[in-house]
Ligand binder design. Structure first.
Ligand code: AQP
Length: 329
């Protein structure tokens, strides 16, 4: 059975971009892959955080993941920091990563904006991400378009390690969804929908109420034309609504564009489709909020299972690098 791995940072409330760009395919993949899904709290430490708030976000993220359909009987759901090998392998990989390689990462450039106080952890984030993936010998890594460059680095590091020290890591393939790969902010369709965006009016959270979803979509920025068609470069706002509608209903955004003659009816259908998609998720989440003990137990068992696999890969990497004490003579 092939292995799939993906992760999410508990840096805020989960939104439609996370759901449509990532979680939806995680749920499908758990049926046919040995699946590992990770709440990557170590990555969250690289940005400003409050410990109490972070703890709450980790639990909320787990609740959303279970509510969208991850089934602990079919996949391994765990918190990254519960498996120490993630941090340990990061050091090994840091020692074969060039400074220039990390300096070229566009996400780091966007987030750091040349600010001197930017954390080193944010700079080395892609190396930790590579460790997350390689520890589980993942064949497939479902991510949004924005993570493609990090995946390329992971592949480069796996190939480099294998050729320098001997076959150790599987070289993973990215899996980028064709629809929903990049859901944009409703108020600024030139920016991707993000948890950490200050103005929440352009972000639809998975647990937003139906009336909030309707309000946000109704106020979504479009353009001064009135014709509906799919063209992300020329009509980013309208195309994003078509993308949202398409990803929620399973239809093709381009073909959907041909069905509409005005923005009002597109927004109405888009809000309805998003609300139908999210309604069962919210019901399940409410039930889980009343049973946090069960969520904690799922994460504990997940960490145990993840540790079994990660520790065996890590032992192999240790041996390959010549620092395994078991092999000292
Ligand atoms: N807008 C998006 N459209 C499609 N996919 C998206 N993802 C995130 N935003 C979008 C995908 O969701 C998965 C988990 O995201 P993450 O939190 O680990 O990474 P992120 O890209 O940093 O997410 P945010 O929401 O933008 O968080 P902040 O604001 O904290 O930086 C990933 O597979 C990601 O591609």
């Amino acid at each position: 059975m092939s292995t799939v791995l993906s992760g999410v940072r508990p840096t805020g409330d989960m939104h439609l971009g996370n759901y449509l760009g990532a979680f939806k395919s995680w749920v499908t993949d758990q049926e046919s892959y040995d699946s590992y899904y990770c709440i990557v709290d170590l990555h969250a430490l690289a940005e400003d955080f409050e410990p109490k708030e972070l703890r709450e976000r980790i639990v909320n993220t787990a609740i959303v993941l279970l509510s969208v359909g991850l089934d602990p009987e079919k996949c391994t759901l765990f918190i990254q920091s519960s498996v120490p090998e993630h941090a340990q392998l990061t050091w090994f990989l840091s020692c074969i990563t060039g400074f220039g390689e990390l300096n070229r990462m566009t996400q780091f450039k966007d987030k750091s904006k040349n600010n001197e106080s930017t954390k080193v952890g944010l700079f080395t984030y892609p190396v930790l991400m590579a460790a997350d993936i390689l520890l589980y010998q993942a064949d497939r890594v479902p991510v949004g378009e924005d993570q493609k460059q990090h995946l390329e680095l992971t592949r480069d590091l796996a190939i480099r390690f294998n050729s320098r020290f001997g076959a150790t890591f599987k070289v993973p393939e990215p899996a980028i969804p064709t629809v929903g790969a990049r859901i944009m902010d409703l108020q600024d369709p030139s920016a991707k929908m993000s948890k950490s965006t200050k103005d929440s009016s352009g972000v639809i959270y998975v647990l937003d109420t139906p009336s909030t979803v309707e309000k946000k979509i109704k106020r979504a920025v479009t353009d001064s034309e009135s014709e509906v068609y799919y063209d992300p470069a020329k009509k980013p706002g309208v195309s994003n609504l078509l993308e949202l509608l398409g990803a929620s209903t399973g239809e093709d955004p381009k073909q959907l564009g041909e069905k509409y003659t005005n923005y009002g009816s597109l927004k109405k259908d888009c809000a309805e489709a998003v609300n139908s998609l999210l309604a069962p998720v919210k019901d399940r989440a409410n039930a889980l909020y009343d049973d946090r003990g069960a969520v904690k137990e799922i994460l504990r068992l997940g960490a145990q299972k993840a540790h079994e696999k990660a520790s065996s890969t890590f032992a192999l990497a240790t041996s390959r690098m010549g620092i395994s004490i078991d092999e000292f003579t």
